[in-house]
Design a protein around this ligand. Structure first.
Ligand code: GLP
Length: 239
């Protein structure tokens, strides 16, 4: 594992966007998977700028949405679909046929999981993923102790996650489940960047990467990844 510590989230976003753009430019046709939380938004914004400046072609690769809250869709401000379309896919002009995301409004979450499995398989697996870390150590919606699987998972959301969900939505939601690419599939990605910013992530970063591998702290499972790059700002690296 390589750890990169930047002075602040703005510099971390710019530098990580350059890394991702280089990977896009060198690997046309590959599958990229970005988390939709607050953490990677600066980086995704920088990628949009690189696209506008002609420094990368974001339409040369494919995308798999990492996760979604079940019960919400694009029209719900705060859903992963809305956040990613309005801040990345849409603003970068990425063609819809390049993108596959989970439909959180589906009546059949297992079918939704299977269609994402098929998309990932069709594109030769995930090539490059950029992940965030939840306050309880979740990645995507792989909550503590989510079993490893070769298929996407429907997961009961942890109380820590339900509390954190309030920061994304502008209206109250009755959420209980999420759908996510499983951590085992993420571990198979060729390249992995995990980002954490701010003092409130310092403790979970320490638990995930200074402690032992523990299924109760899903981010720690990523210690097994050969090419993991951990990107922190100074506040998140405090511990
Ligand atoms: C969210 C998402 C994850 C995200 C994590 C951290 O709930 N399910 O994909 O990486 O929690 O979010 P944030 O970056 O907003 O702290």
């Amino acid at each position: 594992m390589e750890t990169k510590i930047y002075k602040n989230p703005v510099i971390a976003a710019k530098e990580t966007a350059l890394t991702v753009a280089k990977a896009v430019n060198e690997n046309p046709g590959k599958l990229f998977c970005f988390a939709a939380g607050d953490t990677p938004m600066g980086m995704l914004g920088e990628l949009v700028e690189l696209q506008k400046a002609g420094k990368t072609d974001l339409n040369s690769v494919y995308y798999a949405g990492l996760d979604e809250w079940l019960g919400v869709g694009y029209k719900d401000k705060g859903s992963c679909a809305q956040v990613m379309w309005d801040n990345f896919y849409g603003s970068a002009g990425i063609l819809p046929e390049r993108i596959n995301i989970f439909d959180g409004l589906t009546g059949d979450p297992l079918a939704e999981a299977r269609q994402m499995d098929a998309w990932i398989k069709q594109h030769g697996g995930i090539f490059f993923t950029v992940l965030g870390i939840g306050l309880n150590g979740h990645i995507g919606f792989n909550e503590p102790n989510t079993p490893g699987s070769d298929s996407c998972s429907v997961v009961l959301l942890d109380n820590v996650t339900l509390e954190a969900s309030k920061k994304y939505f502008d209206t109250p939601q009755t959420l209980s489940k999420g759908i996510t690419i499983n951590w085992k599939t993420l571990l198979e990605a060729k390249e992995m960047v995990m980002m954490a910013m701010g003092e409130n992530k310092a403790s979970i970063v320490e638990q995930s990467f200074k402690g032992p591998i523990d299924p109760g702290v899903p981010a720690s499972l990523m210690q097994r990844h050969k090419n993991l790059v951990l990107v922190l700002d100074e506040a998140a690296a405090k511990e």
